[in-house]
Design a protein around this ligand. Structure first.
Ligand SMILES: Nc1ncnc2c1ncn2[C@@H]1O[C@H](COP(=O)(O)OP(=O)(O)O)[C@@H](O)[C@H]1O
Ligand code: SF4
Ligand SMILES: [Mg+2]
Length: 326
């Protein structure tokens, strides 16, 4: 079987936020939110981006849609360099790339009905006649498991899970190829999470969708991703297939994250590792390996030199100076 082609390729992506100077002669603080991230996603597959809150996951996702401006790096989508694309040429491209956010309530306009919300992208992009738009909305409602008679209801009349279904229907309206799912189930009860994850997986199969699936929760990522990239303080520290990440995690940070989620029995080789301290401030990242302030294996070299993400075994990438898997 031939490998599916790469749909999205991100190379050395950097996003900085410049903050206000605390005082006139003080230097301007810069948040290095995304600090050299590279990955590829094959068509029809899901790459999971996992890491603690504040490590730059959402900013990476927003940068792919042009919703925050990168200051360096390349984003190639189906061969097109998105950072070099003009606003005019970007408009049709926006049909092909969509996003679903964590909080379905705040991302829905409370004054629009569910039907109007799902129809809005069709109106903005002037797709079809009014009758065709209505028919498409009806089709989208059934695709995501909502009833036709719910079209006239307002967001507050739906449960959290149903609101996320509205967001998914809106994201699908223009027949996208690629969807950034930014913590799409984090605001939902565990029982509802499974329903939404199943829906996203079914839609992926039916519509040949490609996902970047962002979550702080490895237990969620585990169910939906083909490949997983583990992010720490603006960079990827480990990336490989889901199977390898869970069975042979390499990086000390991944091992700590995994040890916290895997239940007894599944963790034969991983003892519970408690991370010390909090994630450092991305305005003032530690020198050398950015994980050294919390790493149980840190040595002098780690404080001096930053490890690069390299292929330690076929298809398994890690940024660490040492072999710490044993
Ligand atoms: N608009 C912004 N202005 C300033 N700092 C920001 C902005 N958006 C995000 N950040 C900072 O960038 C870092 C990465 O944030 P984010 O991408 O939201 O992380 P995650 O999604 O992994 O929780 C955090 O330190 C956050 O405070
Ligand atoms: S390079 Fe050093 S500090 Fe960084 S993860 Fe590896 S052992 Fe830990
Ligand atoms: Mg986020």
């Amino acid at each position: 079987m031939t490998e599916p082609p790469v749909l999205l390729e991100v190379e050395n992506l950097k996003v900085q936020f410049k903050l206000k100077r605390p005082a006139m002669f003080m230097p301007q603080p810069v948040v290095h939110a995304v600090d050299g991230v590279s990955f590829k996603i094959k068509r029809g597959s899901t790459l999971g981006l996992v890491g603690e809150s504040g490590c730059g996951k959402s900013t990476s996702g927003l940068a792919l849609l042009g919703l925050v401006k990168p200051h360096a790096g390349k984003i190639r989508f189906d061969g097109t360099d998105l950072r070099a694309t003009s606003a005019h040429d970007m408009f049709p491209m926006r049909k092909r790339i969509q996003i679903i956010f964590q909080d379905p309530y705040s991302s829905l306009n409370p004054r629009q009905t569910a039907g109007e919300i799902v129809m809005e992208p069709l109106v903005i992009h002037q797709v079809g006649s009014v009758a065709e738009q209505r028919a498409r909305v009806a089709e989208l409602f059934s695709l995501v498991g909502l009833r036709q008679n719910q079209m006239e209801l307002f967001p507050h009349q739906f449960s959290g899970g149903q609101r996320q279904r509205i967001c998914i229907a809106r994201a699908l309206a223009l027949n996208p190829e690629f969807i950034v799912c930014d913590e799409p189930v984090s605001a939902l009860d565990v029982a509802i999470q499974a329903q939404i994850l199943n829906l996203l997986c079914r839609l992926q199969d039916e519509l040949d969708l490609t996902y970047l699936f962002i979550s702080h929760d490895l237990a969620v990522i585990q169910h939906v991703c083909d490949e997983i990239a583990v992010m720490y303080l603006g960079t990827i520290v480990e990336q490989t297939t889901r199977e390898k990440l869970f069975s042979q995690p390499r990086h000390p940070y991944t091992r700590a994250l995994l040890s916290a989620v895997l239940q007894d029995g599944a963790t034969q080789k991983i003892e519970r590792i408690r991370l010390k301290g909090d994630i450092p401030n991305p305005i003032d990242k530690p020198p050398g390996c950015r994980f050294h302030t919390r790493c149980l294996h840190a040595q002098e070299l780690c404080r001096q030199r930053e490890p690069v993400l390299s292929e330690k075994s076929p298809g398994h990438w890690e940024a660490c100076h040492f072999e710490t898997t044993a």
